[in-house]
Design a binder for this molecule. Structure first.
Ligand code: HEM
Length: 409
């Protein structure tokens, strides 16, 4: 049943401001709303649209919660829904075992080796946008979306011609995290899993026949599973593959679109980066801080928590707002301004856009590599780039990125 979101009530510390994470105002500009939560309502209780959850906004509280895995458990999933543990969406010791398996397969060398390949891919995508006589493009569809999809498909060992199907599956999985009606999500998940099972079984058959498996992440996971301390069920293996696919696509696309959008919106910033490509790095880090592509994921508190005058009952869903934490003025000076004169090392060390602690994003080095290469290619090849009409936000309430980004040059 759809309920209306409650209005703010200054007498109630958990509802001191009018904040509806599904409402048009917050959806359009979550950063500004989160910045207000940091200042005026560090623990918010939301009940509306069929959801009931708390949100933590301040940097210190979000960081403490990310580190305190005894109190803030991932056992019931990281979405606002209560889902049973699977793969890395769990607490130790299960989480530790799966994370180790993926780490073994997804080494810094795998990412490093991708660099020249991603550079070529970015250049090819720009070549296609710049076809003779063309002066406009949809930067999301033509560049920011295919780049990570093709990259992760290649790392996993999925044929490139499957990329559109993959993107479709991946988007439905992401959208399903924030929806009440999960039927499409469940159907889609089954299709995706059936496809991954075929790829897994192909590799297992090669291995049993004593033949070489292709050099890709799926093969590496098959090998890592053989060394795991207990038998790895397909159910868990699929969860890991899904997290790699879904976790890395839309998020990286969002990082690229958000960053280019902010630079083009204040075009003097775009010109500064074109004049000084060394600014690419700070532009990416500042974009992560200012417009976190994952606004906040969820935990379930195992015991009652009392914070800033709010009692959070045990077993509540609690959203850790990375986006709000990164707008906390006690850590970042002038937090509500997108600035290129910040120290990129400080941003990299302190941003919570990739989380922190045991669930820290496994794909952070890859996401940074892809977005750095993407922005470098655009400023080098398309310095006259401009916005060419209104942009549009992606739909899931817990993510933030541009799904329409029309440009001209
Ligand atoms: C800009 C792009 C990305 C952002 C903003 C992002 C964000 C995040 C965040 C916030 C978490 C932590 C979740 C938590 O606190 O529980 C996370 C975890 C994770 N990310 Fe990313 N991610 C990005 C790209 C990627 C890529 C490219 C991949 C893989 C290819 C990936 C794979 C994962 C995995 C597997 C986890 C789970 C780690 C664990 O639970 O131990 N991510 N990501």
């Amino acid at each position: 049943m759809v309920q209306n979101a409650p209005m703010g009530n200054p007498g109630n510390p958990s509802n001191a401001v009018d904040y509806d994470p599904f409402g048009a105002e917050v959806m359009a500009d979550p950063g500004t709303a989160h910045s207000r939560l940091v200042r005026e309502c560090p623990v918010h209780h939301f009940e509306g649209h069929g959801f009931d959850f708390y949100s933590l906004a301040r940097y210190a509280d979000v960081l403490d919660a990310l580190r305190d895995i005894e109190t803030y458990s991932s056992h019931w999933g990281q979405s606002p829904h209560r889902t049973p543990p699977h793969g890395m969406l769990s607490d130790p010791p299960q989480h530790t075992m799966f994370r180790r398996m993926v780490l073994q397969a997804f080494t810094p060398r795998v990412v490093e080796r991708m660099e020249p390949w991603v550079e070529r891919l970015a250049d090819e995508l720009v070549d296609q946008m710049e076809a003779p006589g063309t002066r406009t493009a949809e930067l999301h569809d033509d560049f920011a979306c295919p780049l990570p999809v093709i990259t992760i498909a290649r790392i996993l060992g999925v044929p490139e011609e499957m990329k559109d199907q993959f993107k479709y599956w991946s988007d439905i999985q992401v959208a399903g995290m924030g929806q009440i009606d999960r039927s499409l999500y469940e159907r889609n998940r089954k299709e995706l899993e059936d496809y991954f099972i075929v790829l897994l079984n192909e590799r297992r058959a090669l291995r049993s026949a004593g033949k070489d498996m292709p050099e890709d992440l799926i093969s590496a996971l098959v090998l890592a599973a053989e060394d795991a301390p207990r038998k790895i069920e397909d159910f868990d293996m699929l969860s890991v593959l899904l997290q790699l696919l879904v976790g890395g696509n839309e998020t990286t696309t969002s990082l690229i679109t958000n960053c280019v959008w902010r630079l083009l919106e204040r075009r003097e910033l775009w010109e500064q980066v074109c004049a000084n490509p060394a600014l690419v790095e700070v532009a990416i880090e500042e974009s992560l801080r200012f417009d976190a592509p994952v606004l906040g994921l969820f935990r379930t508190n195992t015991c009652p928590v009392s914070l800033h005058g709010v009692e959070i009952p045990a077993d509540s869903k609690v959203q850790l707002l990375y986006s709000a934490a990164d707008r906390d003025g006690s850590v970042f000076e002038d937090p509500d301004t997108f600035r290129l004169d910040r120290d990129p090392d400080f941003l990299r060390r302190r941003t919570l856009a990739f989380g922190s602690g045991i669930h820290f994003c496994l794909g952070a080095p890859l996401a940074r590599l892809e977005s750095r290469i993407a922005l470098a290619a655009l400023i080098r090849r398309m310095p006259t780039l401009e916005l060419n009409g209104p942009t549009e936000r992606i739909e899931p309430f817990l993510l933030y990125g541009r799904h329409r980004l029309p440009v001209r040059w």
